[in-house]
Ligand binder design. Sequence first.
Ligand code: CP
Length: 310
Amino acid sequence: MGLTRKDLLAIRDLEPGEIQTILDTAASMKEIASREIKKVPALRGKTVVNLFLEPSTRTRTSFEIAGKWLSADVINVSGSSSSVVKGETLVDTALNIQAMSPNCVVVRHSASGAAHMLARALRCSIVNAGDGMHEHPTQALLDLLTIREKRGHLDGLSVAIVGDIAHSRVARSNIAGMRKMGMSVTVAGPPTLIPPGVEELGVKVARRLEDAVRDVDVIMMLRLQHERMSANYIPSLREYSRLYGLSLEKLRGARDDVLIMHPGPVNRGVEMAPEVADGPYSVILDQVANGVAVRMAVLYLLIGAKGAEA
Ligand code: CP
């Protein structure tokens, strides 16, 4: 059975049962990656357009691989190769893409709300691949899948999310998803990078990284989102790294079986020491591998299982 909704725009919109369905479908699709011939006919005859107007390595590549493994026709449109650079609006670009009858447009944009705007304007399914500081729903889903895979369940687990919470769509989506799945979340970072009133999202706030990471099941480190900063939020990278960078030393108070996550791209030596990123607790590359499975599940549930047409 597919999702009954037309679009995937935000984790905040999803019921826990829908998250469960996506994770279960993704788990069953992981096996395709180990096949000699990585191809199933689930989306044969469907067209997916990846409209990426902001840089991406993991999300764009994994949506492309996901669509191709499901036999969809996948077309990539990037910022520099689109007519947006000639002054066309996002909605006009999208309406022109719609005129070519795709089944799904996957969109990444620097403006919060861009995916919602396209969802209102277009008949085909829209998947939000990251909109400004708002949400990055498939990132949170692949993070949840990775945690569930490693721990066997989600309910009752505790997570510390550390770094630039204020500008992070990954934090916003993960907080929403983790709370819906019965997990407890503590955020930590420089006071200037913790949004006022974040407790209303159901999270605790720790002032020090060492306090946040003590005894949690999962530590999720975030990149400083310089591209979204309109002012100097930290005195220097060196100071940030000293106080909020995850080193082996700072991991001393953490659990022996803690999972260390990062959505990427990692700035080694800033938010995380190389020996932590590459160490035994790190599941960063498992997250990337699970990104393909989650994106296969999302595309299948939106446009395959129920046959949504443009
Ligand atoms: N995590 C993430 O969104 O990575 P990319 O920016 O490379 O897609």
